[in-house]
Ligand binder design. Structure first.
Ligand SMILES: NC(=O)C1=CN([C@@H]2O[C@H](COP(=O)(O)OP(=O)(O)OC[C@H]3O[C@@H](n4cnc5c(N)ncnc54)[C@H](OP(=O)(O)O)[C@@H]3O)[C@@H](O)[C@H]2O)C=CC1
Ligand SMILES: CC(=O)[C@@H](O)[C@H](O)COP(=O)(O)O
Ligand SMILES: [Mn+2]
Length: 382
């Protein structure tokens, strides 16, 4: 029985992770969870799974829950609480499904504590890929991808020699606005943007998918996870999200992983690896699908993807700025404060005003992250 700590239990990935635990109660045991502000859902999760430790975002929610449950369940809050969950001694695996760069510190601490990391939180590798991968290597801790594209690449690489990789091909659905021109993007609403054609996900990543920043973050994530230079990572528009990504080898063979768009599979694979467990999910029926479509990426139409490649290639603190500016801009868009196209303008401005610091320490990364948010908030009068 594997003990599991889960960050972001009330989110899209968090809830699907709990589904996997319900399907395989003899394989996995939920030890500790962190949630944000959704206390209603937290109550239900606690009642069903009886974790040993629960961390909430706000102190007042901690005080409320503390009175409602028996003392056998420990409650905590804030960043310290998240780290306590991430490093719980009875958990073997940490599923990091928290949203945003707040996911970085718990990942680093969990690696230090020797936990296997099932990583959904892409901001961890985008902001500090060099630190995370170096630490994971030195501690001999596996970083197992949960993100569907990276899981597809990971599965395609099973048994292969990484030296034989010629390039990675990451598929992109194109998001909610893939068929719209840039002119048409001027008048789109938050509701329109949240309507992803293939996947049901949290609000922030759904907007990232519509701007193509999600793919940009995934390119940087792939660079660190698989130790592949940016020149060897391509993105192709594939509207069906049936092929989750591909690897091309130096003998011209291409290996891909396919499936219906269901995040429970990559989550389960990260939890069960190297074993493969059965999953009662919808099967892919190729004859029913009939045809699949592929299209070259247009970096002028999807400017955020170009920004991400550029920031990734510059390296240092540039991806930290890319991510922080994106988080602030997407939050402003979701709050109805700025139009859709302003997201990429804000990111472009933040990148232009930053001089990258090479090989940054954790302290530098956290300082640049904070500074980027403060500047964006002051400049745009949020
Ligand atoms: N959804 C998906 O299919 C995929 C997601 N990912 C990545 O996984 C991560 C999570 O995405 P997703 O599940 O969609 O996001 P959601 O918004 O659905 O969930 C985010 C979770 O994080 C919690 N949370 C957010 N901010 C804080 C905070 N400051 N402190 C403590 N908890 C916090 C939320 O708590 P609460 O709701 O209680 O406030 C919630 O549990 C992201 O990095 C995303 O890019 C990667 C691949 C696919
Ligand atoms: C499910 C998942 O991994 C998401 O990151 C998904 O890939 C989003 O799809 P697009 O960014 O391709 O629209
Ligand atoms: Mn993805």
């Amino acid at each position: 029985m594997k003990g599991i700590s889960l960050l972001g239990a009330t989110g899209s990935i968090g809830k699907q992770t709990l589904d996997i635990l319900r399907i395989h109660p003899k394989k996995f045991k939920l030890i500790a969870i962190s949630v944000g502000k959704n206390i209603e859902l937290a109550r239900k999760i606690i009642a069903q799974f009886q974790p040993k430790l629960v961390s909430v975002q706000e102190k007042q929610d901690y005080e409320i829950l503390l009175k409602e449950f028996p003392s056998s369940i420990k409650f905590t809050y804030g960043l310290e609480g998240i780290i306590e969950v991430a490093t719980h001694p009875q958990a073997e695996v940490l599923v990091n499904a928290i949203l945003g760069s707040v996911g970085l510190l718990p990942t680093l601490q969990a690696i230090d504590a020797g936990k296997t990391i099932a990583l959904a939180n892409k901001e961890t590798l985008v902001t500090a890929g060099h630190l995370v991968m170096e630490k994971a290597k030195s501690k001999n801790v596996p970083i197992l991808p949960v993100d569907s594209e990276h899981s597809a690449i990971f599965q395609s690489l099973n048994g292969e020699n990484p030296k034989n990789i010629e390039r990675l091909i990451i598929t992109a659905s194109g998001g909610s606005f893939r068929d719209k021109t840039r002119d048409q993007l001027e008048s789109v609403t938050v509701q329109d943007a949240l309507n992803h054609p293939n996947w049901s996900m949290g609000a922030k990543i759904t907007i990232d998918s519509a701007t193509m920043m999600n793919k940009g973050l995934e390119v940087i994530e792939a660079h660190w996870l698989f130790n592949i230079p940016y020149e060897k990572i391509d993105v192709v528009l594939h509207r069906e999200s049936t092929i989750h990504s591909l690897v091309e080898f130096h003998d011209s063979s291409i290996i891909a992983q396919l499936g219906t768009p269901d995040m429970r599979l990559p989550i389960q694979y990260a939890l069960s690896y190297p074993e493969r467990l059965p999953l009662p999910a919808e099967r892919l029926n190729l004859a029913k699908i009939g045809s699949l479509h592929f299209q070259e990426m247009d970096m002028d139409r999807f400017r955020c993807l170009r920004f991400a490649y550029e920031a990734g290639k510059i390296g240092g603190t540039m991806p930290v700025v890319l991510n922080a500016a994106n988080e602030v801009a997407v939050a402003a868009f979701l709050a109805g404060k700025i139009p859709f196209l302003a997201i990429e303008d804000w990111i472009e401005q933040a990148l232009e005003n930053h001089s990258s610091i090479e090989n940054p320490s954790l302290e530098t990364i956290l300082a640049v992250d904070m500074e980027t948010r403060t500047i964006a908030q002051q400049f745009h009068k949020l």
